[in-house]
Design a protein around this ligand. Structure first.
Ligand SMILES: Cc1cc2nc3c(=O)[nH]c(=O)nc-3n(C[C@H](O)[C@H](O)[C@H](O)COP(=O)(O)O)c2cc1C
Length: 225
């Protein structure tokens, strides 16, 4: 079987999407040793024609991306808009949506869109994996990511074995749907944003952390005088 894995992260090979895809693939290979897998990065939008051709040539397609402002990165939408309904014609199509905030509920609207998209593309939807709290996995020691990686491995194995993701595991992976009150309280403490403060400082953006680019009146383009 020819599997095509499309990575929709603008970070490309340095992405969390790649790390999770690797676990998924390892799980699939544990069941199907002859699996032929091709990984493509959507960040090179000049290669969109090749990406689409690979979809046509594949037996199964998985599309993974980070949640961006409760939606998908522009490069993912660009790729989706280039697809024709006949390109997938009954083929299995699955998704991974992973995000920084821990709650799965942020990813539900885009997951609904993906289920509908599968229908419009005449594909067989094999499931959508939702996972929050992923930012930082590149820095975490192996012990902290072990369970997460095991789950992705098991989900890959279930896909190769049954032709679709194990529903029970999909539900476990997505937890928590919403944060409990204690976790919400923790989010109000300085300790909870230590990592983000570090990133803001690294990028000389710490002073702008309270900016409100979407607040009414602040997002309008200023006319030059
Ligand atoms: C522009 C931008 C927008 C983002 N928007 C969200 C968001 O709405 N919700 C969320 O939980 N995480 C958001 N994130 C965090 C990413 O989803 C998260 O860091 C993800 O693990 C990055 O995956 P990648 O390394 O594969 O690109 C955003 C990150 C960026 C850069």
């Amino acid at each position: 079987m020819k599997l095509l894995m499309l990575n929709g992260s603008p970070r490309g090979t340095g992405s969390n999407t790649r790390i999770l895809f690797e676990q998924l693939l390892a799980g699939m290979r544990s069941v199907d040793a002859d699996l032929e897998a091709e990984v493509m990065y959507l960040r090179n939008i000049r290669d969109t024609g090749n990406h689409v051709q690979s979809v046509v040539d594949a037996d199964m397609v998985l599309l993974g991306f980070p949640l961006y402002t409760d939606g998908m990165p522009g490069i993912v939408k660009y790729f989706i808009d280039a697809l024709h309904p006949n390109d997938l014609g009954g083929k299995p199509l699955g998704f991974l949506v992973q995000s920084g905030f821990p709650e799965a509920r942020h990813s539900r609207p885009v997951a609904r869109y993906l289920a509908r998209l599968s229908m419009r593309l005449n594909a067989r939807h094999v499931g959508t994996l939702i996972r929050g709290g992923v930012e930082g996995i590149q820095l975490q020691p192996a012990g902290m990511t072990k369970r997460l990686f095991q789950r992705f491995f098991a989900l890959g194995a279930s896909l190769a074995r049954d032709g679709q993701f194990d529903e029970k595991l999909v539900r476990k992976l997505a937890k928590p749907e919403t944060l409990n009150p204690a976790a919400r309280l923790f989010l109000q403490t300085d300790a909870s944003h230590f990592y983000w403060d570090m990133k803001l400082k690294e990028n000389n953006a710490f002073d702008q952390r309270f900016d409100q680019p979407y607040a009414p009146g602040t997002g309008e383009r200023k006319e030059e005088t």
